[in-house]
Write a protein that binds this ligand. Structure first.
Ligand code: C5P
Length: 221
């Protein structure tokens, strides 16, 4: 049976950085489920759909085939066969994903893909509902969080490194909005699974968080 490590938490908690580092060390595959919701959101935006048009979202998602391939160990997301990985980190796409991910049919399609991936290989999978819904029997479950201000600062730094200017307060407001939507939606809201270990990374380095998760994994064996 494949080994599954689930990492959930709010936007900007450092899930992908940590999950990637853990996967590399353990030689597992890293699965970024947010990228799948973003690819679906990109599909909707390309159809001219805007947040609020729920019936249109439900209809349009039926024409989107999302799949995953790995290139030199890095996850690539294909949308109807086109590699859209480079387009997924845009704020507009993230904001749409945060809205469209509440649609049950969209979740159903993507959760199915996530479960297939996790059954085939040892994975570190990050998202919002991995420990609670996608992989309830995961070997290790982590709920990774940090204060909203810390998360906004990290996101700003990331954007500035890419040459994109940003206003900290706007990013923080965006993060708070996203958290609110993720935590209050009806289906698979973001919450800590009862058996997940809470890790607050506000005062921890990437290395420290990585080591803590690897320790939990070794203890679980
Ligand atoms: O993690 P990331 O910011 O890339 O995710 C984009 C959006 O996708 C999140 O705001 C969240 O609403 C949604 N998502 C989700 N369930 C997951 C992963 C992401 O609902 N497992």
């Amino acid at each position: 049976m494949s080994v599954n490590i689930a990492i959930d938490g709010p936007a900007g908690a450092g899930k992908s950085t940590i999950a990637k580092a853990v996967a590399k060390e353990l030689e597992f595959i890293y699965v970024d489920t947010g990228a799948m919701y973003r690819a679906m959101a990109l599909h909707l935006l390309r159809q001219g759909i805007v947040p609020g048009e729920e019936a249109q979202m439900d209809a349009a998602c039926e024409n989107a085939e999302i799949s995953i391939v790995y290139e030199n160990g890095a996850q690539q997301v294909l949308l109807n066969g086109e590699n859209v990985t480079g387009d997924l980190r845009r704020e507009e796409v993230g904001n749409m994903a945060s809205v469209s991910s509440a649609r049950p049919r969209i979740r159903e399609k993507l959760v199915e893909l996530q479960r297939v991936l996790a059954s085939q290989t040892d994975v570190v999978m990050d998202g919002r509902d991995i420990g609670t819904c996608v992989l309830p029997d995961a070997d290790v479950k982590i709920y990774l969080t940090a204060s909203a201000r810390t998360r906004a600062l990290r996101r700003c730094r990331e954007l500035e490194e890419k040459g994109v200017s940003c206003v900290l307060e706007e990013i923080e407001a965006d993060i708070n909005d996203r958290d609110y939507r993720d935590m209050t939606r009806e289906i698979s809201p973001l919450r800590k699974a009862e058996d997940a270990v809470l890790v607050d990374s506000s005062e921890m380095s990437i290395e420290e968080v990585k080591e803590a998760i690897i320790r939990l994994y070794r203890e679980s064996r």
